[in-house]
Write a protein that binds this ligand. Sequence first.
Ligand code: PLP
Length: 423
Amino acid sequence: MHQPAVPHLHDQDPEIAGLVEDEARRQYEKLRLIASENYVSPAVLEASGTVLTNKYSEGYAGRRYYEGQQFVDPIETVAIERAKELFGTEHANVQPYSGSPANLAVYMAFLDPGDPVMGLSLPMGGHLTHGWSVSATGKWFRSVRYDVRADTGCVDMDQVRDLALKERPKLIWCGGTAIPRIIDFPAFAEIARETGAVLAADIAHIAGLVAGGAHPSPVGHADVITTTTHKTLRGPRGAMILSTAEHAKAVDKAVFPGLQGGPHDHTTAAIAVALKEASQPDFPAYAHQIVANARALAAALVERGYDLISGGTDNHLTLMDLTNKGIGGKPAAQALDRAGIELNYNAVPFDTRKPFDPSGLRVGTGAITTRGLTERHMPQIAAWMDEVVQAATKQDESVVERVAGEVREMLASYPIPGWTPTP
Ligand SMILES: *Cc1c(COP(=O)(O)O)cnc(C)c1O
């Protein structure tokens, strides 16, 4: 884009500028398969780095506690209107600092401390903030967990219903961080209605797919929807809470003054830009390409004898169980990273290994799709992954080095938004 990428930072603080430059190069040279990551557009990058970071704006447009909101108010209003339009909701709050605070705000809006909350358990693909024990949400609320079925790898809706009838949670979460299949929002909604619970859909991972029509929407089913803005939605680090008009006041009050102080206005602007991008005619093609890539990658991995939770994927991610390959997720992920293939080790349902060294790998296609890779690249990626996993079981670093070179060479034809290498 420009060289150096950060000229003022380069002069003022070469140490940090150098590290930022190194990170940009790393993102350029690696095949980034972390399911929660992406590449934002230059416009989103620019919006996040503006003078808006200088402003304080506690409150909401027209009702602020600080003066000088002549331009921040319309920025936040535009972001809200774009969110409502894109997802088809009556209300949007764009102030949560990130996904975890957005989820906490949902507790704040609907629950009292100690109230029962139900969510997918963490090792089964749920998120920490859905009531897992080490999270504030698991410590301050009475948490009830549902699982996936051992035979299908999918959420057991009969168990969800039985548990909800027995435990009467005030809040039910659906969604998670390692769910490779479509989330059945209507089925969750029916259970929530039957048991008198509030249904919260956490679409952090799949928001871009929902916006692009590549995954069913929870709108009309869930009472409240939370999402990060930086995963498949391809915006800045941030989050939103979407709801019906009925819950608007409770949601807004929970975010501010319930949980947060001043919103990050530079992030709000960048969210607005990302939402505009997501409403463009080419966005659905991106969303569907993510899924096509994930399916093609999953099929190529299955062909090479890899065991996938639920047997495949309907969305952007695949969860691999390496048990039959004789290697843990962590050493495999580390070898793959050295080979230029960046992903994360992950627990698999009913994992027999420890959380810090689980059996699985999570693989996502959001970032590589943004970069322009398509189905035709996926067999090669699966072949590299297989080579490296096998080499890792024999501690063969020569394969790792060769693959790193091949990955770099292939990716050199696919520029990343926001940075170009110096020749
Ligand atoms: C990523 C994620 C979050 C949390 O987002 P942070 O921005 O990391 O706090 C919450 N829920 C789900 C399902 C997620 O995948």
